[in-house]
Design a protein around this ligand. Structure first.
Ligand SMILES: NC(=O)c1ccc[n+]([C@@H]2O[C@H](COP(=O)([O-])OP(=O)(O)OC[C@H]3O[C@@H](n4cnc5c(N)ncnc54)[C@H](O)[C@@H]3O)[C@@H](O)[C@H]2O)c1
Length: 439
């Protein structure tokens, strides 16, 4: 394919070179004359293992060249990948000025060629969700005079390479993700990345944009988690390397998709208690753990947010389906659903609750004490079956879809459904009063 790559920094230089090495014909564009000169001289503009030898090879074969302006490229290329920087502004916001300028230039150049040949403009730079379908789409349409998705394609294709192993990461990524609306652009990108043997995922533009931030935020959280534990354990004379070595061996709960589904707050008899204990140990040792210290407040904020969402619906009668901190247990200690029920009742919502496993007659010990303290009227609120809980409810707050036949009951729904679990299935999700907690 004929490919233009705009911006020849870490991402652009690796992208342009590797695409040329995979057999495409690539022109790289950068306003930095020095970088352009280096590439055309067969030298790498950045230090990156394996890059220079590929630049030598691909420029030698005539499959890669660089230039300082877009001149001729938008008319020639089938795909134009935009890889310019999107640095932090003074308040942490993203500076989109380079991207905006390039899109305006590409669009203006495309307008002179008209709609006769379809080409795709693909943003590879990291941008906040909403950027490509918002300001980029508007600029592309306005400056080209073309109908986006019909006469000119637009997509976001995030890059996941790490500096230092950029070439290896580009050629062997975990996946290729393209956020795109129109099929022609999706097909062009599938063809572009076909030589790369990685799963190819098509998703929405905003999901592709968000995915990149999710990945980098998670990497930062992982590093900070290991470092906070390291700081505390080192002070206590425990070898944190040994702890984390064993920690990483658990690929069922620790390094796995477990606990990574968005939904409602955590609770139960272990997580809050042990996190508090760890923080107490850190306080005694005078070790600050800002990230771990923010976890329980974040969890509590989620209970407040959901309470507010229910209250904002302006309803008076609600059903809560599921009460224990997770399905298949009757442990109510520190269940965030008990706190939610307490908050909703406190705000005057007439609540009926159903949980298939929780029977007030069978609660005793600390479990009973917890409920007596937090929801003394539990016995009156609990219903024998989900239908009774839903009987006159104006909103169903669904914690646990395991509660017998709930999706079927919701098909004759109360006016509103607030789904905290995300497992109710498409038939319920299509209902007009349905909303998910994070989707
Ligand atoms: N560096 C990484 O490891 C990495 C990985 C994944 C994604 N990203 C994202 O990719 C994007 C690019 O990152 P980078 O590290 O390659 O940036 P960079 O700063 O190294 O390179 C950006 C290049 O764009 C050029 N440029 C700016 N305006 C231009 C214009 N009008 N026309 C042509 N060229 C122009 C600059 O001269 C520069 O060479 C950013 O959004 C970044 O967040 C970076």
């Amino acid at each position: 394919m004929r490919v233009g790559v705009v911006g020849l920094g870490y991402v652009g230089a690796v992208t342009a070179t590797c695409l040329a090495d995979l057999g495409h014909e690539v022109v790289g564009i950068d306003i930095d004359r020095h970088k352009v000169g280096l590439i055309n001289a067969g030298r790498s503009p950045i230090v990156e293992a394996g890059l220079e030898e590929r630049i030598v090879r691909t420029t030698g074969l005539g499959r890669l060249r660089a230039q300082e302006s877009l001149s001729g490229v938008p008319g020639w290329a089938e795909v134009i990948l935009v890889c310019v920087g999107t640095p932090s502004g003074p308040t942490g916001n993203t500076d989109l000025s380079h991207l905006d300028q390039v899109i305006a230039e590409v669009a203006a150049a495309c307008s002179t060629h008209g709609p006769s040949r379809f080409r795709a403009v693909v943003v590879r730079s990291t941008v906040p969700p909403g950027t490509v379908d918002g300001p980029v789409r508007a600029r592309l349409a306005e400056a080209s005079g073309l109908r986006v998705d019909e006469e000119i394609g637009l997509a976001h294709c995030p890059e996941f390479l790490r500096e230092g192993s950029g070439v290896a990461d580009f050629l062997d990524p975990p996946f290729t993700v393209v956020g795109v609306r129109d099929d022609r652009t999706a097909a062009l990108l599938a063809e572009l990345f076909a030589p790369i043997a990685a799963p190819f995922h098509r998703t929405t533009v905003a999901a592709a944009e968000a995915l990149k931030y999710a990945c980098n935020a998670f990497h930062a959280v992982k590093i900070t988690f290991a470092n906070e534990l390291g700081r505390l354990l080192g002070t206590l004379g425990v070898d944190a390397r040994e702890v984390m070595r064993l920690f990483c061996e658990d690929d069922r709960l620790n390094l796995s998709p477990a606990y990574l589904r968005p939904g409602f707050a955590f609770g139960g008899s272990c997580l809050p208690k042990d996190l508090r204990a760890l923080l107490a140990v850190a306080r005694r040792a005078e070790v600050e753990l800002p990230m771990l210290a923010s976890v329980l407040p974040s969890n509590e904020a989620l209970v407040r947010t959901v309470t507010r969402r229910v209250l904002d619906l302006g309803v008076r009668r609600g059903a809560l389906l599921g009460l224990s901190f997770k399905p298949e247990t009757d442990d109510l200690r520190e269940s965030p659903y008990v706190e939610l029920a307490e908050a909703l009742c406190g705000k005057g919502i007439r609540l009926r609750i159903y949980d298939p496993v929780v029977h007030p007659d069978r609660l005793f010990g600390t479990n009973l004490r917890y409920v007596t303290e937090h929801l003394p009227h539990l016995r009156d609120l609990l219903q024998p079956d989900p239908a009774s809980a839903l009987a006159d409810a104006e909103v169903a707050v669904v914690a646990d879809p395991g509660v017998g036949g709930v999706p079927a009951l919701l098909a004759a729904p109360p006016p509103r459904i607030l789904d905290l679990c995300g497992r109710l299935g498409p038939a319920v999700e299509r209902l007009p009063g349905y909303e998910g907690i994070a989707w």
